[in-house]
Design a protein around this ligand. Structure first.
Ligand code: CAA
Length: 259
């Protein structure tokens, strides 16, 4: 698929998706959502990609779903648009590789929701966050009513969603919406450093950790720890587990092969 609204790049074992509709502040229209979907499919299939960075070009990460495109939707079409976004963001959330959101600017509505579908969020000091949907007469539609409360707690999520207020990066850090705030010109460098600190580890083990954490967030703890025991056991069948433990015992550097 040829991309018009995003840029997909690969550098070594890292893929990056840059939302690239800066004139519309990277607003998510159906075409952009479908390109994100195709990029996720590509990355999922590529065994050389161990981790992903998502960012935006210009002054926004993503300023939300495209309001111009939503303006004349019927109820049936509105639901379809939400189903489309939710399906793609859920696929991103469950992608078997860690995904870092490098939030360079506005992350509003669908933009905040996109970042919530990533594993880890780091932000530029210029970033702004919010779920302003109620001011447009709608609810969040790409998972905000579900993931925001899981990420920052029910009370804080309800305050943000009911008021639609926009918060700055420092406040986002204070409430745990992002892990770190950095100077704008250091954002991609920081995202890359974080990714590098992840991908030196055994990729299959990282994948299993992601699956176990995601699984555990939606079930009781007995089911969760049982799932953990299964993936823990599965790791023992990997070559990288043998390599990791042998290298430790032999006091040498390890060389993981994603096997
Ligand atoms: N959809 C469509 N176009 C958008 C957009 C959006 N969400 N956000 C910005 N744009 C467009 C503007 O219309 C403008 O286009 P023109 O130059 O053609 O007029 C261009 O991007 C630049 O925007 P502004 O001139 O408004 O820039 P600003 O710096 O003055 O303001 C802003 C920035 C505060 C982010 C403001 O653009 C804004 O409030 N945007 C809308 C934010 C919003 O409400 N997002 C939620 C959308 S609903 C949603 O996301 C539902 C869901 O959960 C799925």
């Amino acid at each position: 698929m040829e991309f018009k609204n995003i840029i997909l790049e690969k550098d070594g074992n890292v893929a990056s998706i840059t939302l690239n509709r800066p004139k519309a502040l990277n607003a998510l229209n159906a075409a952009t959502l479908k390109e994100i979907d195709a990029a996720i499919n590509d990355i999922a299939e590529d065994d050389n990609v161990y981790a992903v960075i998502i960012t935006g070009s210009g002054k926004a990460f993503v300023a939300g779903a495209d309001i111009a495109e939503m303006k004349d939707l019927t109820a049936v079409e509105g639901r379809k648009f939400s189903v489309l976004g939710n399906k793609i963001f859920r696929k991103l959330e469950n992608l078997e590789k860690p995904v870092i959101a490098a939030i360079n600017g506005f992350a509003l509505g669908g933009g905040c929701e996109l970042s919530l579908s990533c594993d880890i969020r780091i932000a530029s000091s210029k970033a702004k966050f919010g779920q302003p949907e109620v001011g447009l007469g709608i609810t969040p539609g790409f998972g905000g009513t579900q993931r925001l409360a899981r990420a920052i707690g029910v009370g804080m999520a309800k305050e943000l969603i009911y008021t639609g207020k926009v918060i700055n990066a420092e406040e986002a850090l204070r409430i745990g919406l992002v892990n770190k705030v950095v100077e704008p010109d250091k954002l991609l460098e920081e995202a890359k450093a974080l990714v590098d600190a992840i991908i030196v580890n055994a990729p299959i083990a990282v994948r299993m950790c992601k699956a176990a954490i995601n699984q555990g967030l939606q079930c009781d703890i007995d089911t969760g720890v049982a799932y953990e025991a299964e993936v823990f056991g599965e790791c023992f069948a990997t070559e990288d587990r043998v390599e990791g433990m042998t290298a430790f015992v032999e006091k040498r550097d390890k060389a993981f092969k994603n096997k």
